[in-house]
Each structure stands twice: as structure tokens, then as C-alpha cells.
Design a protein around this ligand. Structure first.
Ligand SMILES: [Fe+2]
Ligand SMILES: [Fe+2]
Length: 153
């Protein structure tokens, strides 16, 4: 891996750490018990946090796809071709999913217990997939680093 790609690799890992904190914060927020009178501020807070997160993950996915990381995996670990295509598919799935979730949050309107349960479950599913996805990428990154460090230039 080139020096530049090592830097990108570090940025991706830093992003992952940062996103872990964001994921924890979102999980905490959706776990909160919400009374009808506090539904509006709660949903506004969720709206804000998810819209920020949306920007963040798009930049992150772009960096992973176009920054050289996935190309390096294909070059150095061609046997991981399927894993890379799976990761890209998941990027698309998660982008669509989050966009739909945000639309639901935007249109949430007034308090409704069932609506809240369904919405928080969808967010939980999204975060679960994202966490597994990031863990998979961390393993690939680790794998690339180890291989690279073992090779003398
Ligand atoms: Fe990713
Ligand atoms: Fe990632």
C-alpha cells in the first residue's frame, strides 16, 4: 500500500472510531422513553442527529470507495473481491435506508406510540448493519496493513 493509501486507511479507521461514538449516541436517543409532550423536541433532536450523520456517512462511503482502500483490497487480496462488492452494495442499501428513515422522521408529525416503535426499530436495524459493516472493513484494513508491513520495499 502506498503512503497516501496508508493515510487514507488511517482516516477511515479514525472515521470508524468517530462513527462508533455517533452510533452510541443515536442508540441512546432512540432508547429514551418519550412522553407525548416531549415527542416534538425528541423528534427534532433525532432529525438533527440523523441529518448530520447522513452527511458524515456519505463522505465516509465516498472515501472508502474512491480513496484507494477498496482498490488496494482488490489488488492485494483478490480473493476478497466478493467481500468488496458486498461492502459497496451495503453502502447503497444503507444510504437508501437512512434516506427513507430521515423522510419518516421528517414526516413524523404528532406523537404516536406505534409509529415511534416502528421508527426506532428501523433505526436499530440500520445501525446494526452499519456496525457489522464497519467491523468487516476494520478486519480488511488490518489485513492490508499487516501484509504491507511484512513486505520490505
Ligand atoms: Fe463502508
Ligand atoms: Fe466504513
Amino acid at each position: 500500500m502506498s503512503k497516501t493509501n496508508k493515510d487514507i486507511s488511517k482516516r477511515i479507521r479514525d472515521d470508524h472510531l468517530h462513527m462508533k461514538t455517533a452510533i452510541r449516541d443515536i442508540r441512546k436517543l432512540i432508547k429514551e422513553e418519550v412522553k407525548p409532550e416531549s415527542f416534538t423536541p425528541w423528534i427534532k433532536n433525532l432529525q438533527k442527529i440523523l441529518s448530520y450523520f447522513n452527511t458524515e456517512i456519505h463522505e465516509h462511503f465516498e472515501l472508502e470507495e474512491d480513496g484507494g482502500f477498496m482498490d488496494d483490497v482488490l489488488k492485494l487480496k483478490p480473493q476478497k473481491k466478493y467481500a468488496v462488492s458486498q461492502l459497496k452494495t451495503e453502502h447503497e442499501l444503507m444510504s437508501t435506508d437512512l434516506r427513507r428513515i430521515i423522510k419518516c422522521v421528517d414526516e413524523a408529525g404528532t406523537y404516536d406510540e406505534i409509529k415511534k416503535i416502528n421508527l426506532t426499530q428501523r433505526i436499530r436495524d440500520f445501525l446494526d448493519l452499519l456496525s457489522v459493516h464497519e467491523a468487516e472493513e476494520n478486519l480488511l484494513l488490518e489485513d492490508l496493513y499487516l501484509q504491507d508491513d511484512g513486505i520490505a520495499d
